[in-house]
Design a protein around this ligand. Sequence first.
Ligand SMILES: CC(C)(COP(=O)(O)OP(=O)(O)OC[C@H]1O[C@@H](n2cnc3c(N)ncnc32)[C@H](O)[C@@H]1OP(=O)(O)O)[C@@H](O)C(=O)NCCC(=O)NCCS
Length: 154
Amino acid sequence: MPLVRKARVADVPQIYLLLKDFAAKELLLPRSLSDLYDYVRDFYVLTPDDDPRKVVGACALHVCWSDLGEIRSLALASDSQGADLGRRLMEACLTEARDLGLERVFALTYIPKYFERFEFRLIEKNELPQKIWADCFKCVKFPECDEIALERKL
Ligand SMILES: CC(C)(COP(=O)(O)OP(=O)(O)OC[C@H]1O[C@@H](n2cnc3c(N)ncnc32)[C@H](O)[C@@H]1OP(=O)(O)O)[C@@H](O)C(=O)NCCC(=O)NCCS
């Protein structure tokens, strides 16, 4: 049974490659190595139980404001998909969000139906605080954001 744990600095190159593959297919936004080192403490990773150094999945919770977090960069290696393991990563992030005292989390995604499985509901992007758009300046898609915004109350 694969394990979910907080990411370590040594995991960053594997997280980078995992996200890069899906970014190339335009399923996720790309993240630079530098950005991932900055935000490594946001990440949970999924590892096979016989090799805790191998990363086969990742998901991040980023604290944005007093009541608000963001779920980012959810991805499973292709050969680890199909067993609902994304749920394990999502639930780790949602549990941490609750433990931190956040009241809601949002996601910007191309697969809203997947997030609706976790009680996320569609929202307008302009319902999100302006502060979150600071990161968008770094995005390759800026200013033509085509992701869909969803929110989940905690
Ligand atoms: C999204 C992802 C993490 C889900 O992986 P997973 O946990 O292996 O999901 P599974 O294939 O086991 O599917 C679990 C359930 O989610 C549903 N699901 C999976 N991918 C979905 C998608 N893209 N859209 C809607 N529903 C989806 C499945 O139909 C299944 O539902 P069921 O239990 O009712 O049959 C994985 O497909 C992935 O890494 N995708 C590429 C990266 C990506 O798009 N990330 C999202 C970025 S916001």
